[in-house]
Ligand binder design. Structure first.
Ligand code: FAD
Length: 594
């Protein structure tokens, strides 16, 4: 079958699922092939809606529901001449006859539809474990606009005062934030020891502390075992061990699983995550059937393994590429980095490429560095630090991944790093990147350049790092732990056993340091200790700098340091800019912060 425009028998392209991947595929298909018959089946009522915006519609940040409906079936048909059939569920694929079985939910009728090429984009459904009470009317899930309508109606009509959110992935966090902003008491329960598993633990700790500062209760390492009625008629969420959380509603966001039943029943090959396996042309094990988006597994470009990456960008790209291939173009989808970003109250959290857990699990040699650059020039109002973790190859400096937590400027830095990672750049390239600078937007040495300098120093051997998690193994009679912060900072909290010589006194007091020992040097962020390492190295000492400083030490040791230094300050800095109208007010706030 030729798909070139002008062929005598227009091909029939059937698409299952009319949102991110499906709608992209249909629109692209039409642009490439004016004569094809394109039929898009959607089980629900809406096509091409903004799933990524529905949490914000719930919280009221997006006020108008219609803003989520990027396209209606009528407009889509008028623009692209696509036969959109909503409330129409494809319930079986008959590969032998190249047809699908469709259940029309409007009429209850079933019929068959022929295809020349079939594209599956049915997405992924919320995980719904068989827990007692999970189908109760006060337990909610979030995937579709209808789900959002149900939650919104409940919040408006039943006036819930408290909620339990189960699951600390990005949907759980968005829901927790939204419900908290609506004034509810929110408890988030997460089975793992951290929220946002795509982050490494120490970065996730910033999120934990920020959520607590915002008045949320966080129960980590706790598993929900069921839902039931409390004696007072409210909802009881039972945790493993029997503890009950009494609340007015619960939202479950414990992950998604590929909607692969259709594919499985049609005998298409699935991977270990239950997602459809596709080749680089996005064809399933049947070359006339394509699969795209959340139903598929994706090649992880860094770890080299197949993963389930349910992200809108991937679905949209694949939709376009599948249409290209059907139209006879050469395409190859090589995989993805899993770049993602989420906002939790004031905090923005983003990542790209592999995290340290994955690299360790896949035995990929890696080194890491932490930096705390400002969002823009420190002298310009509103500059706020961020925490950046860079993972790279110790051999050639190739960038393997990055994670950033901050309140401003995180999005552009992660996108630069995602581009650099995709392009196969190394840490030696990062200082050379010429990034736009004016004081409102960045620094002459941008945050990305600085991350590059630091990592470059490591690969080049200008400084030897150690990491806070290595400290217990490093401390012995042959090492000397040196804190080079001010005496005031030291008094407010330091690592047990450290000696304090502030950096500005080091040139006068270095003789106090015992000779012949390996000096383990730290400060708040790693900058002053780097300078100290350079001074002491030139005096003949062996030195190692603690990457990321006391801030990262505290994030790695939350039991020892209940508060990450600086996090409250970020909030104050934000408040400073947002709420203080006079210089006097700013001064007062600044003073209380010191
Ligand atoms: P979907 O967009 O889910 O579309 C699948 C459609 O197929 C559904 O409408 C479904 O009804 C329909 N369908 C399923 N089976 C059938 C059938 N048998 N017959 C007919 N129709 C069928 N990603 C990000 O990258 N960033 C974000 O900020 C983000 N936020 C999100 C927030 C929420 C609340 C949710 C739920 C998801 C979010 N995502 C986000 C994920 C993103 O929405 C998905 O990765 C993306 O929509 C996947 O596209 P898809 O085409 O594979 O599936």
């Amino acid at each position: 079958m030729s798909m070139n425009s002008g062929s005598q028998h227009p091909a029939t392209i059937v698409i299952v699922g009319g949102v991110a991947g499906g709608a992209s595929c249909a629109a692209r298909m039409r642009r490439l092939h004016e004569d094809a018959q394109i039929i898009m089946f959607e089980r629900g009522e809406h096509i091409s809606f903004a799933s990524c915006g529905i949490s914000y519609y719930l919280s009221g940040e997006i006020q108008e529901r219609r803003k989520l409906l990027i396209q209606t079936p009528e407009r889509f048909n008028a623009r692209f001449n696509v036969d959109v059939r909503i409330k129409s569920e494809v319930i079986a694929i008959h590969r032998a006859t190249k047809s699908v079985e469709v259940l029309d939910h409007k009429t209850g009728q079933q019929y068959r539809q022929h295809y020349d090429k079939l594209v599956l984009s049915p997405g992924a459904a919320p995980v719904r474990p068989p827990l007692p009470g999970i189908d109760g009317e006060r337990v909610f899930f979030l995937r579709s606009i209808e789900d959002a309508d149900r939650i919104k109606a409940y919040v408006q009509d039943a006036y819930p005062r408290s909620a339990v959110v189960v699951g600390g992935g990005f949907i759980g966090l968005e829901m927790a934030e939204g419900l908290r902003n609506l004034g509810l008491d929110v408890t988030l329960v997460e089975m793992a020891g951290q929220v946002m598993l795509q982050l490494d633990e120490e970065l996730a700790e910033f999120v934990h502390q920020h959520m607590k500062l915002k008045g949320m209760k966080l129960l980590l390492g706790r598993r929900v075992e069921g839902f039931g009625d409390a004696p007072d008629g409210r909802l009881a969420v039972t945790l493993q061990g029997g503890q009950e959380l009494i609340c007015d509603m619960a939202v479950c966001a414990i992950g998604v699983k590929p909607e692969a039943a259709l594919a499985r029943e049609a005998g298409l090959e699935l991977g270990p995550h239950g997602a459809v396996i596709v080749n680089r042309q996005l064809q399933t094990s049947d070359p006339d059937i394509y699969a795209i988006g959340d139903v598929t597994e994706t090649h992880d470009l860094i770890a080299g393994v197949m993963r389930h990456m349910p992200l809108a960008g991937i679905a949209n790209k694949q939709g376009r590429l599948a249409a290209d291939h059907i139209a006879g173009r050469q395409i190859a989808f090589d995989g993805a980095l899993g770049t993602s970003i989420v906002r939790i109250f004031d905090l923005v959290v983003a990542g790209t490429g592999a995290n340290e857990k994955t690299l360790r699990g896949s035995n990929v040699a890696h080194e890491k560095s932490y930096t705390h650059p400002a969002s823009h020039a420190g002298y310009f109002p509103g500059a706020v630090p961020m925490v950046m973790k860079l993972l790279f190859s110790p051999d050639d400096g190739r960038i393997l991944g990055a994670q950033i937590v901050g309140v401003d400027g995180v999005d552009k830095r992660i996108d630069v790093l995602a581009t650099a990672t995709y392009a196969g750049l190394t840490v030696h390239d990062l200082p050379k990147l010429e990034l736009a600078y004016a004081p409102q937007f960045g620094s002459a040495k941008d945050a990305v350049n600085i991350a590059g300098y630091v990592a470059d120093n490591v690969v080049e051997g200008d400084v030897e790092l150690f990491h806070a998690d290595e400290l217990p193994a490093l401390i012995d009679n042959d090492t000397f732990l040196l804190d080079v912060r001010t005496a005031g900072e030291f008094d407010r909290g330091h690592i047990n056993g450290a000696a304090n010589i502030p950096i500005d006194n080091l040139r006068d007091r270095w003789q106090e340091i015992p000779t012949g020992k390996l000096l383990l040097v730290y400060c708040l962020t790693g900058i002053r200790s780097y300078l100290a390492c350079r001074i002491l190295r030139q005096k003949g000492f062996r030195t190692r700098n603690m990457s990321g400083g006391y801030v990262i030490y505290c994030a790695m040791n939350p039991l020892e340091c209940p508060e990450i230094p600086g996090l409250r300050r970020w909030q104050r800095l934000l408040a400073l800019e947002t709420f203080c109208s006079t210089p006097e007010e700013r001064k007062t706030l600044r003073r209380t912060d010191e």
